[in-house]
Design a protein around this ligand. Structure first.
Ligand code: ATP
Length: 438
């Protein structure tokens, strides 16, 4: 087999935490014991090479997740490794893979995923199913991009040999995202989103031929063929990146947003609102963190992104991506409140009372409160935040029971309590003075 041979053993010894290095060496030793070739592959190799090449001598970006590929029975090997390491072993029979959870000296859990190198699965009538065992080269060729398609051999005696069959290291050094075969995006359209994610994360560039293929796959509707769940997973991974807006913008330009969310047109207005969302979220995180309770960034982003999408399409989108039952209703409600507020903007006396926000947003979920902050005009935002801070801590010194004793009934009680709350919000009475009002 021809590949650019390079031994990374010395660099690995220098750069990897000892616990990871020793673990990799052990995995290689177990490979020798069973007579199997074993490799660490994918993101681990990519990040290791990036760390080796970066001037800073840190190991910050070395992942604690290790993907291992075995030329031979990966499950058999996995069981053996788990036994030797006394580690937890979980099999995923559907995918012919297994995972090992190893607790290292520092009490960190290291996850090792083990797969069998294979390309095809044959089943002939009347015969036992056969797995065509394959080489590491074929396994790497099936991967998403060249930067993720390198392996490092772990076996004792050849520990540290970089397997680079497709000029991957060169792409990594030049910052290029490149598919390995022309039908790559057609075969697995989630790679369209992965390409954007890696491009933005590393500040790389999708190389021209790959970009053409990506655009063709988008144009021809291949994203629509993927299940909503798989798309959602990739979108959530994008949102976990440090600067997700970069990727969102790229997805907008490449019409990916439109193909993922029907009748949803990425516009400068939407882009501004999305940018605002990340600012607002940052504000909440720093100043009003309790409002982020149970809030999913995915849902917030969709609130903003889908605010102009027609309701018919919203239903389909909501079903496709498994959005919460009340997602559409809540979105519509914020839109309605926002348009009411827009009409009140000239009535300064009305809108600058904190009780105004109480009337408008009472009963809102956190997600709705944050989405409204994105929509509010700048001049109202400070007041709104002040309201949120105040209502968060607001506690009445009287209860419904006190009112009941005074002879109030059913609906009156609720109304009275709200009236008192609003007076407190506006500073018209001070905490403790509630009882004077009943
Ligand atoms: P991250 O740093 O985000 O975890 P990663 O490269 O480790 O990046 P994973 O999604 O964990 O990403 O995938 C591990 C490896 O599996 C990748 O490096 C890649 O080689 C391969 N891979 C993952 N998804 C695909 C896919 N859709 N098509 C082909 N190969 C894939």
């Amino acid at each position: 087999e021809k590949y650019k041979s390079q031994n990374l053993k010395k660099e690995m010894e220098k750069i990897l935490p000892t616990s990871i290095l020793n673990l990799l060496k052990l995995i290689g030793l177990y490979g020798n014991e069973l007579g199997l070739n074993v490799y660490v592959v994918g993101g681990f190799v990519r990040d290791l090479l990036l760390a080796i090449n970066s001037k800073s001598n840190g190991t910050k970006s070395i992942p604690y997740d290790i993907d291992v590929v075995v030329e031979g029975d990966g499950l058999l090997f996995g069981k053996y490794v788990a036994k030797q390491l006394r580690a937890k072993y979980i099999e995923h029979p559907k995918f012919h893979t297994c995972s090992i959870f190893y607790r290292n000296g520092e009490n960190k859990i290291i996850r090792i995923d083990i797969a069998t190198a294979r390309t095809e699965y044959y089943e002939e009538a009347g015969e036992l199913p056969k797995v065509e065992l394959s080489t590491i080269k074929k396994d790497l060729y099936r991967r998403d991009f060249s930067i993720n398609a390198m392996a490092i051999k772990l076996n004792s005696g050849s520990f540290g040999i970089l397997m680079d069959f497709f000029n991957c290291k060169k792409d990594l050094e030049e910052g290029k995202i490149r598919i390995l075969y022309p039908l790559s995006f057609i075969e697995d359209p989630t790679r369209i989103l992965r390409a954007i994610r890696f491009e933005q994360r590393f500040g790389f560039e999708i190389e021209p031929n790959t970009l053409t293929k990506l655009e063709e796959a988008v144009e021809k509707g291949y994203l629509e063929k993927v299940t909503g769940m798989r798309i959602r997973e990739e979108l959530e991974k994008i949102l976990e990146e440090p600067e997700p807006m970069k990727a969102v913008k790229r997805m907008g330009k490449l019409k990916i947003i439109f193909h993922l969310f029907e009748k949803t047109y990425y516009s400068p207005t939407l882009e501004k609102d999305l940018e605002k969302l990340f600012d607002v979220k940052g504000y909440f995180k720093a100043n009003l963190p309790s409002y982020l309770n149970k809030v999913r960034l995915f849902h917030l982003v969709l609130d903003v992104l889908l605010q102009y999408t027609p309701e018919e399409s919203l239903k389909k989108i909501s079903e496709r991506y498994g959005l919460p039952k009340d997602f559409i209703k809540n979105l519509m409600q914020v839109k309605k409140v926002y348009s009411e507020i827009s009409k009140d903007l000239n009535d300064k006396e009305k809108i600058l009372k904190l009780s105004y926000f109480y009337e408008k947003t009472n009963g809102f979920q956190n997600e709705q409160l944050i989405f409204l902050a994105v929509k509010l005009p700048e001049e109202l935002l400070e007041k709104y935040y002040e309201y949120l801070r105040k209502i968060e801590k607001l506690k009445l010194s009287i209860t419904g029971k006190d009112l009941l004793k005074k002879g109030y009934e059913g609906v009156q009680i609720k109304a009275k309590l709200e009236e008192i709350k609003k007076k407190l919000l506006n500073g018209e009475i001070q905490p403790g003075e509630e009882k004077n009002l009943i």
